[in-house]
Ligand binder design. Structure first.
Ligand SMILES: O=C1C[C@@](O)(C(=O)O)C[C@@H](O)[C@@H]1O
Length: 257
C-alpha cells in the first residue's frame, strides 16, 4: 500500500489518524459541535450530512461546508451522507444521494468524500456499478477531493474472503481509500476483519480503513498500527456508530500502542 498525503496529513503511515464525526441536525448545533473540536485531538472532521435537517437544500449545505472550513482550517474535511440502507439517518433516492455528493465536491470545499461503493447496486453481495460511481469519482478528483469508497453492514460480518474481496474491488475501482465497517456476532468475526485488513494493507495499492463495530469490535478501532487500518473514528459527543471511543482516550491508547 502506498500512503496517501492530503495537505500535511499522511494516511497509511505511522500512528492511525483520528477522525471525529459531527452529527448536528441544524446549522447552529453543527457549528457549535465543530467549534468544540478545536481542543480535541483529531486530523479529520467528518460532517455526517445525513443528520442535517436541510440536507436537500444545496445552498444550505454549501454554507455549512464553508463555515466548517473556516472554523477548522487545520483539519481535513470529510463529507459523508450515509444512506439509510447503510445505517444513515435519512431515506433518499439514489439520485438525490448522488446529487448531494456532487454538489459538495463541486464546491471544492471537502478534502475527502465518502462514496458508498454499492450505490445503485441491488441485493446482498451485489457487484458495484462503475457507471454510477465513475462520474462522481471523476468530479471529486477534478475538484481536488479524494474519495473513500465505503461499505457498511450493521447486522453481520461477511466471511473473511468477502471482506478482502470488497476492499480489493474498491481499490480496483479507483478508490483513494477503501473502507469497510461491519458488525461482529462473535470474537471470530472480529479476528476475520483484522486479518482481512492486514492482507489488504499489504496487497492493495490504496490505504484502507476498517472497523468491527460495537463493544466486541473495539479492538479494531485501536489496532490500526498492527492491522494497517489508517484511520479510526473517535467521538466528541454523540457517537455516529457503536463502539467508538472518546477522541482523547483514543489518542492516548494509539500513542501507547
Ligand atoms: O463509516 C463510518 C465509520 C463509522 O460507521 C464507524 O463505525 O466508526 C462512523 C461513521 O460516521 C463513518 O462514516
Amino acid at each position: 500500500m502506498k500512503p496517501l498525503t492530503i495537505k500535511n496529513t499522511v494516511l497509511g503511515d505511522g500512528i492511525p489518524k483520528i477522525c471525529i464525526p459531527v452529527t448536528g441536525r441544524d446549522e447552529a448545533s453543527i457549528l457549535r459541535a465543530a467549534g468544540e473540536l478545536k481542543t480535541l485531538p483529531h486530523d479529520i472532521v467528518e460532517w455526517r450530512a445525513d443528520y442535517f435537517d436541510q440536507v436537500t437544500d444545496q445552498s444550505r449545505v454549501l454554507h455549512v461546508l464553508g463555515a466548517l472550513k473556516e472554523l477548522l482550517p487545520d483539519s481535513l474535511l470529510l463529507f459523508t451522507f450515509r444512506t439509510h440502507r447503510e445505517g444513515g439517518v435519512k431515506e433518499l433516492s439514489t439520485e438525490a444521494y448522488l446529487e448531494i455528493c456532487k454538489n459538495a465536491v463541486t464546491s471544492g470545499l471537502p478534502d475527502l468524500l465518502d462514496l458508498e461503493f454499492f450505490t445503485g447496486a441491488s441485493g446482498e453481495n451485489a457487484e458495484a456499478c462503475p457507471s454510477v460511481l465513475n462520474p462522481v469519482l471523476s468530479l471529486a478528483h477534478a475538484n481536488g477531493c479524494c474519495v473513500i469508497l465505503s461499505s457498511h453492514d450493521f447486522h453481520k460480518t461477511p466471511p473473511e474472503e468477502e471482506l478482502f474481496r470488497r476492499l480489493s474491488c474498491m481499490d480496483a475501482a479507483g478508490a483513494d481509500i477503501a473502507k469497510l465497517a461491519v458488525m461482529p456476532r462473535s470474537e471470530t468475526d472480529v479476528l476475520h476483519l483484522l486479518s482481512a485488513t492486514r492482507r489488504a494493507a499489504d496487497l492493495l495499492s490504496c490505504p484502507v480503513i476498517t472497523m468491527s463495530m460495537g463493544r466486541l469490535g473495539v479492538i479494531s478501532r485501536i489496532s490500526g498500527r498492527l492491522t494497517g487500518s489508517c484511520l479510526t473514528f473517535g467521538t466528541a459527543g454523540e457517537a455516529s456508530a457503536p463502539g467508538q471511543l472518546p477522541a482523547k482516550k483514543l489518542k492516548k491508547i494509539l500513542e501507547t500502542l
